[in-house]
Design a protein around this ligand. Sequence first.
Ligand SMILES: [Zn+2]
Length: 457
Amino acid sequence: MGIKVFFSCLLCRILRGVARLLHRGGTAMPGKYALKLYPELLAYLARDVHTVAITGTNGKTTTSRMVEEAFKDAGRDYFTNRSGANLISGITTEFVLNSTLTGKPKKKYAVIECDEAAARTVFGQMKPEVVLVTNLFRDQLDRYGEVTHTLDNIRAGLQKTPDTVLCLNADCSLTSSLALDLPNRAVFYGLNKGVIKNATAPSVSDATHCIRCKTEYEYDYSTYAHLGGFRCPKCGYKRRDPEIAVTEILATTAEGSRIRLMIDGTDYETNINLPAVYNIYNAAAATAACMEMGIDNEVVLQALASFNCGFGRMEKFDLGARGTRMMLVKNPAGCSQTVAFLSDIEEEFTLAVCLNDRSADGTDISWIWDAEFEKLAAINERIRHVYVAGTRAADMQLRIKYAGIPVEKVTMETDYEKLIDLIEKEEVPVFIMPTYTAMLDLREHIIRRCGGTEFWE
Ligand SMILES: [Zn+2]
């Protein structure tokens, strides 16, 4: 055992060093070869590390960064992985880099973002103290198949680690169903009834029917997509009362939200330094995970109030007279939520939608027709201009046209430098909605122009 650990760690470090010399940012490759040499390497390295793992369709990067911020503020000795390295290979590399060559951990804690598809293998090896599941939505069909298949992956991973505490989204019927057939202790978080004022009926239907008996759910209320107060009239499966409950949204601005949060029966008022409802979910999720990791509630709430995300998640750039925010979109539910956020903005703004169809974006772009761009037409008078860009800019232009935005407001600009020139001249706030690879490209161009933080530190 010892010699295998030593040589696989050594190989991993050498490959990592070479990759760095060649200026390749990737962290997946070294871990991949190390695991070939010793398939149980992650299990060995993770055995003495207190790990919180974060998975789910949307919000895992933001939530991971929130948890990380709380760990930092609590003075915890931890390491973390980045979203580009959230498969078993990348996660293994991070553990190697944070261990000695003989496999002794250098840090006591780890905050690990884990891809949903990788949960099956990663959780069993890593045996996290806490697993947080943000939500489950239909995501890039060509990559994951059905959403229930994703759920099966997570469940299979958790079956190998019965002592792990689960933090589950009470409002997501798919996510919360994990507590039905696993022995693990589960803690729930969610948004209570009446928190979303002008809520509509559940719209993007990723989970309309009961996960247990296939009967159509009834809803007491809905927050967004299939999230809300669901109840199966036949078998009785329903939303659980969450231990961490958002009971009121006191204020929302383009900068953030102020909420009332009930944590285990105690009432708190707190700010979240990021706008939009989905970030309120992320904040509640992070609170649940941190609570289970033994961090004081006050420390967590302070972290949420001062938290700065970055890397495409509401990341703000000093571009244009009023600044530019980048909001990564990758599936219909997330995209509809971003549009809903824009509809709540009370001043004029300009929008740029950048649609790529490379494999990391999902090659099938038909999902743009499931996203509720129609909501933009209702706030047409506040939209100064819409730019469309990316490899599939023409498809996006068509989608925006069908959503009911007047054609004279829409400009196609596929040259990023020219697009940035246009944004620079804007006098109103600018919001960019890019898919993943479009975000990487565009971010590079923007940083070259106006600065920002580098992803590969
Ligand atoms: Zn049922």
